[in-house]
Design a protein around this ligand. Structure first.
Ligand code: MG
Length: 380
């Protein structure tokens, strides 16, 4: 039995088919029970970096509350949305799911604040980009298999994980970096997962923002997408209040974004009629919202940026997080003997990169504990 050959019927010609994957970096025997992208998904779920996502910040630092999204629950929500969209467009659900589950594996502790701090520390050593780090995790850093470093994922999953990349890094990445130099697109499955990420965070951050008390429900009426759906919910349930009102409204927004994305993308696909994945890669980006919905999505994100991500309490936490990351980096670079033995550079290895790998792999609480162990005298 070759499950790659019997891929789900009804996949569009422009979908990625498991049977025509460009393959893995190290050749492996075909699996009898799972197609290549199912296997990628399974490898991601079983890896250590995936488990660490549970204790990494999305917006709120892990210890701030048990109900806020973490990178793990965020990744699961992205996977859910990506699969729904992929199925409706007759694209490869397994591939979209694998990309979604891996897309944030390279995130540092403390979210974007941590990434910015680590990037600043790494300036004279090639910088630090979290997308590139996600690829590094699946290509190099995971240690599970006898025959190779990393998870040895397929080209298509790796292509999707590397969402953005600077030109200088792209030049060093071989085939996977090519598209950034040639101005080409990744597969449709990668494109849609990217937008699923945006749909997920811009809605769950509204929920977490209100739950945390940093956003007030009345403020949200300044966002047209929210206002439209809140009105609809109140019309349907005139006495609805509190969390149910918030969650029903968010449900309406997520649904509207997904439906618009599917309808608009299908229209663009019908017009462009790409006949293969390679034709998709040569085309302009085909996955997206209608103009009107794109505008609404931008307004929602701008609101969150202004009112939540730049909220003074979030900024205070970010400043603390940045100091922790910078202090850890400084301590380890000035005396690498403080590092665990696994991270001591061997001949030909770049010590700063190993330190960045060590710090990027930390969960929020591990980073805080390590900070205390290094800087507080009575902490061991
Ligand atoms: Mg994400």
């Amino acid at each position: 039995m070759d499950v790659n050959q019997s891929s789900p019927s009804g996949l569009a010609p422009y979908a990625v088919h498991a049977s025509s994957s460009r393959g893995r970096r190290y050749a492996e025997p075909v699996c009898a029970t799972r197609a290549v992208f199912q296997r990628d998904r399974d490898r991601i779920i079983h890896c250590a970096a995936f488990r660490r996502l549970e204790y990494k910040t999305q917006v709120f630092v892990n210890h701030e509350g048990d109900l806020f999204r973490t990178r793990l629950t965020h990744s699961l929500e992205v996977a859910q949305i990506a699969r729904s969209v992929a199925r409706n467009l007759s694209l490869n659900e397994d591939l979209s799911e694998a990309i979604a589950l891996a897309h944030d594996l390279g995130h540092t502790p403390f979210g974007h604040a941590g990434q910015d701090a680590l990037n600043a520390c790494m300036q004279s050593h090639g910088g630090f980009e979290h997308n590139l780090q996600s690829l590094r995790v699946v290509d190099e850093l995971e240690e599970r298999y006898g025959g190779f470093n990393g998870l040895n994922l397929t080209y298509e999953t790796r292509e999707g994980v590397l969402k953005h990349c600077s030109r200088s890094h792209a030049q060093q990445l071989g085939d996977i970096g090519q598209r950034f130099l040639l101005g080409q697109q990744p597969s449709l499955e990668a494109q849609l997962t990217n937008i699923a990420d945006e749909i997920a965070y811009s809605n769950h951050d509204v929920d977490d923002g209100v739950r945390s008390g940093l956003l007030h429900i009345d403020q949200l009426d300044a966002v047209p997408l929210w206002e439209t759906h809140r009105r609809e919910v109140v019309q349907r349930y005139p006495t609805i209040r509190g969390r149910r009102l918030i969650l029903e409204t968010i449900r309406g927004m997520v649904n509207a974004l997904i439906v618009d994305l599917i309808v608009t993308t299908q229209q663009r696909l019908d017009t462009a009629a790409p006949t293969s994945v390679d034709a998709v890669r040569q085309n302009k980006s085909l996955v997206g919202f209608s103009l009107a919905m794109a505008e609404q999505a931008v307004l929602l994100r701008q609101f969150l940026f202004r009112e939540l991500y730049r909220h003074h309490l979030v900024m205070r936490m970010n400043a603390k997080a940045q100091r922790i990351v910078a202090a850890l980096f400084e301590a380890f670079t000035s005396d690498p003997r403080l590092l665990p033995v696994d991270y001591l550079a061997k001949e030909g290895q770049d010590q700063a990169r190993l330190i960045a790998d060590y710090i990027a792999g930390m969960t929020d609480r591990y980073a805080m504990r390590e900070y205390r162990r290094l800087f507080v005298v009575d902490e061991v």
